[in-house]
Design a protein around this ligand. Sequence first.
Ligand code: ADP
Ligand code: MG
Length: 317
Amino acid sequence: MPGEFSLIDAIARRASARADVVLGIGDDAAILAVPAGRQLAVAMDTLNAGVHFPEDTAPADIGWKALAVNLSDLAAMGAQPAWCTLSLSLPDGDTAWIDGFLDGFLALATQHDVALVGGDTTRGPLSVCVTAHGLVEPGRALRRDGARVGDDVWVTGTPGDAAGALAQWREGSERDAALRARLERPAPRVEAGLALAGLAHAAIDVSDGLLADLGHVCAASGVGFEIELEALPVSPMLAAAFDPGQRRVLQCTGGDDYELCFTAARERRDDIAAIAEAVGVAMTRIGRVVPGDAAVALERDGRRWKPPRQGFDHFAS
Ligand code: ADP
Ligand code: MG
């Protein structure tokens, strides 16, 4: 079995570079040149085997997703990703596994020009923790606490797809490849977040389910949300694989899509349509911000729809 340091060497050899990395992997800490006039946005997310992904997931998919969920958090802040660190807990020092993992991780890092600047490598149950660092202009970050009554509510992409793929996996039914890609290779909406910075009033990335995540924005902003079930965008794959009743549960409470949900003034509808066009990501108006303290979904006739569950909570009993 290779030792800790040859594993770290294997990672360091492949890590991508950036001009603003003064000192990368190899010392006790990395040194990064933060540009004058920018603020640092820092996000951390962990993926545990058996909790966040099935034990037998391909290492490259785990690598991609471990970075993607963190870049999604930066996207939801309207931050430009720059650097990341990687803490790996591995049951054995399997270099082939690490190489596969890095294939996925570094493919996404390269796509977004993110440098891997350090980390930690330990032995233990399979777990991957990433910290992503991004840059924002002061005052322009997309926060959860800025939603205003009267705002439109928007969502990128087609929420529900990842949960659809997970449902097919759990049921052991035939798995749609495109849905599966949405679960295993989520595309963090970095360009969309950057374009919305300074325009949207509030934003969150949909990781735990649309209604649950909007609930966090309710709490932070002191407002309520009304979502129109009829307005929710649906992918052709999800529409083909699930009936309308199942589908709305996936769309409203399924997590893991890493789409952005944001609010903006009604006057900005044309600007948002132009941004969607420019970044090549669909943005759909799904509801509005109202007085209150809860996120609710409405049927066509205006009745409240009661979801069987709100979303994902690790510590819910
Ligand atoms: P220390 O004992 O000083 O914390 P380590 O031996 O843990 O240092 O790590 C040596 C160097 O390798 C450090 O620069 C650290 O950031 C880097 N490193 C360790 N594990 C990883 C990893 N999984 N990914 C990226 N860099 C890593
Ligand atoms: Mg260490």
